[in-house]
Design a protein around this ligand. Structure first.
Ligand SMILES: Nc1ncnc2c1ncn2[C@@H]1O[C@H](COP(=O)(O)OP(=O)(O)OP(=O)(O)O)[C@@H](O)[C@H]1O
Ligand SMILES: [Mg+2]
Length: 232
């Protein structure tokens, strides 16, 4: 089966500084893959490459079997690659409803988008007229995720969804993420702290210093994960 998204031997960085040193990673349809690792490992950079914000200096990125090196982020987004960036990416001064409206594409009505969003996250329905900046952290993450879903993505790239949230909120969010994957969405989740995401991940990869040290089912990578955080 052709992966929805595949990075092969990707090297990339900022200016002359290389951050990723030959990363191989693939995500299949309906699969949840967790990319874990300590601060500065290159996780966000991997998502930047996958979403077209950074062009790899070598190696390749393919989407449904087609090479997309150098394709611009807006075009990749229209092809179904959707990034939910670290720190949420919502418009703080707009209401929940306006935020959903902003990200809607031609052909889908705001009514449809709202219905789908509020079914997934009833709390957002109750708060549809509230400005996004005054939502709780968890509600803001729900909104960021909902905005991403309005584009009907093929693959969702989530960066530190759990940042600043209570463990219970995180496990609820990841439970919803798991449901999206069982509907066929492919999801790559970046997290620094692993526990929350391992429950929904089909596979997990441990990244250290711009290299994938270990990849496999969550239980198979636990040693590598412990080593990564202990600075081994
Ligand atoms: N815009 C940039 N310019 C220069 N260096 C950068 C830039 N963004 C990131 N880096 C460097 O690249 C390396 C990898 O950063 P990256 O953000 O990918 O790490 P990360 O794994 O997401 O870490 P964290 O868990 O802290 O978010 C770090 O050393 C970082 O300082
Ligand atoms: Mg990061």
């Amino acid at each position: 089966m052709i992966p929805v998204l595949e990075l092969s031997r990707v090297r990339a960085g900022y200016g002359s500084i290389d951050v990723l040193h030959g990363v191989d990673l693939s995500i299949h349809a309906g699969e949840v893959v967790a990319l874990l690792g300590p601060n500065g490992a290159g996780k966000t950079t991997t998502l930047a490459v996958a979403s077209g914000q950074i062009r790899p200096s070598s190696g390749s990125i393919s989407l449904m079997g087609h090479t997309v090196n150098g394709v611009r982020p807006d075009r990749l987004a229209r092809s179904g690659v959707c990034l939910v960036p670290e720190g949420r990416g919502i418009f703080a001064n707009l209401t929940v409803r306006e935020n959903l409206l902003m990200s809607s594409y031609a052909g889908v009505s705001i009514e449809q988008i709202e219905a789908r969003t509020y079914e997934l996250f009833p709390r957002l329905g109750e708060r549809r007229s509230q400005t996004a900046g005054t939502l709780s952290g968890g509600e803001q993450q729900m909104l960021a995720l909902s905005r991403a879903l309005t584009t009907d993505p093929a693959i969702l790239l989530l960066d530190e969804l759990s940042m600043g949230l209570a463990p219970l909120v995180v496990s609820d969010l990841y439970h919803r993420v798991g449901e999206l994957a069982s509907d066929g969405l492919s999801i790559l989740i970046v997290e620094q702290f692993a526990q929350a995401v391992l429950g929904v991940a089909d596979r997990a990869a441990v990244m250290v210093n711009g290299e994938i040290r270990s990849i496999g089912e969550p239980e198979e990578i636990s040693d590598a994960l412990a080593e990564a955080y202990l600075g081994g």
